[in-house]
Design a protein around this ligand. Structure first.
Ligand SMILES: [Fe+2]
Ligand SMILES: [Fe+2]
Length: 427
């Protein structure tokens, strides 16, 4: 084994300069690391890279995984196994392990659809537990080593992430992926009058700006969700891909017909920031899936009236399909969260407090000239038809409020009698 070496003073100085509070404790840790075979150079680099005392202790506990005798790339366990292999002795423990799913032959319920997640869960009663004990990446249903490391997941309760439709939504998302490059009839895009081009591009700029929040926000929380609920993570991966494509398709629309990118507003950025920095997943999910994406879905639903050609019609139609899944997950997640929260009344009260403030974003959104005026121009077929277009915007107001309240009701979160969002446009 490597002999313990004296600790260079520069290394101790560096540890203290990097915030290791006690010189004595740093010396003990470094001494142990040197004894385990780490070099002075390795420790210096590790300190430069931000090695903390806690992380150093964690690594040293597992040092056997990394440390070898000098000049030897194998540890003792590996040497023993190699010796056995040389004698033709195999381990074969894996062959005698328990077989919790042995004999399971999941069947397709629908041969045209193929083998779904629901099919395999059904085949071996593999639905997730409400509160799994392990914090590992081991697949649900596998045999797991007793000393697996804890991944540090934060969301370990099913109600914190789950929705009962999430597996079906994942399957649908995989089955309906499309390409913004290939599946949009870009050759149908023809020059538009300036007002219509500017209006379409203002909306396209807004959408390019907001779409990726629904990838960034879930991604921020995704690693913190226990992998026992892998269906949720897999669905959020499809959502991230969908949003990448939405950003792409609206950016391409803005830059494909002469109008280009237009104004981004601080109010929009503030709302995006609120979502991104929401303190919990459920709060951000409500703000984003139920409220924000719901409003965007309502815009996509109006695509028939906003589109001025087959290109734009197809863009709105395809985005609408994707967006409906995101909103559906968020709505059903809110339902699951509220129904299964151990302190239901408190959870409900907290969500109402959030909604009371957040839903004022609807009238805020619909009194923003950079949003409703381009919409009115598109729906009125030009600036000359804006008055007519504004009538359509008034209908959008009623519809956005109504759809939002319906989503809340579906989640068992009744806001109809308490919402302060006016039932009709005040203009
Ligand atoms: Fe989107
Ligand atoms: Fe979305």
């Amino acid at each position: 084994m490597t002999q313990a070496r004296p600790i260079p003073e520069e290394l101790l100085d560096k540890a203290v300069a990097k915030g290791w509070t006690s010189r004595k404790a740093a010396a003990d840790t470094i001494e142990l690391a040197l004894a385990k075979g780490f070099s002075v150079e390795q420790l210096g680099v590790a300190l430069d890279m931000g090695l903390t005392p806690e992380r150093a202790h964690e690594l040293l506990q597992r040092a056997a995984l990394f440390v070898r005798n000098e000049g030897d790339i194998f540890n003792e366990q590996q040497h023993e196994y190699i010796e056995n292999l040389k004698k033709g002795r195999y381990d074969l423990e894996w062959l005698h392990d328990p077989r919790p799913n042995w004999g399971i032959t999941a069947k397709m319920r629908d041969a045209e659809r193929g083998l779904t997640l629901q099919d395999i869960n059904k085949a071996y009663a593999g639905e997730p537990d409400d509160a799994p004990e392990l914090r590992t990446m081991a697949p649900r249903g596998a045999v797991v080593d007793p000393e697996v490391p804890d991944m540090g997941y934060v969301y370990n309760q099913k109600y914190q992430v789950w929705s009962d439709n999430v597996s079906a939504l994942y399957e649908e998302a995989c089955g309906r992926q499309w390409s913004a490059t290939r599946d949009i009839p870009w050759d149908e895009l023809k020059p538009l009058p300036d007002d219509l081009e500017r209006a379409q591009c203002q909306i396209a700029t807004f959408l390019s700006e907001v779409e990726m929040i629904a990838a960034d926000f879930p991604a921020k929380w995704q690693w913190q969700m226990n992998q026992h609920f892998h269906e949720v993570k897999m669905f959020l991966c499809t959502q991230a891909m969908d949003e990448a494509r939405h950003l792409e398709v609206f950016r391409k629309r803005a830059l494909a017909n002469g109008g280009g990118l237009m104004r981004c507003l601080s109010g929009t950025e503030l709302f995006l920031r609120t979502i991104l920095h929401a303190p919990t997943y459920i709060q951000g999910s409500f703000l984003m899936h139920v409220l924000g994406e719901g409003l965007v879905l309502d815009i996509f639903r109006g695509g028939e009236f906003l589109a001025k050609n087959k290109t734009e019609k197809e863009i709105y139609r395809l985005c609408m399909q994707d967006e409906a899944r995101h909103v559906s997950y968020g709505t059903m997640h809110l339902k699951y969260f509220l129904e299964h929260h151990p302190e239901h009344e408190q959870a409900l009260a907290e969500m109402h407090a959030l909604a009371e403030v957040a839903e004022l974003g609807i009238p805020g959104f619909l009194t923003n000239p950079f949003i409703i005026e381009p919409l009115a121009v598109l729906m009125g077929d030009g600036v000359k038809g804006m008055d007519k277009g504004m009538e359509a915007v008034r209908l959008v107001w009623v519809r956005m409020r109504e759809e939002y309240l319906n989503r809340c009701a579906l989640a068992g979160f009744d806001r109809r009698d308490v919402t302060k969002v006016p039932a009709e446009a005040p203009f």
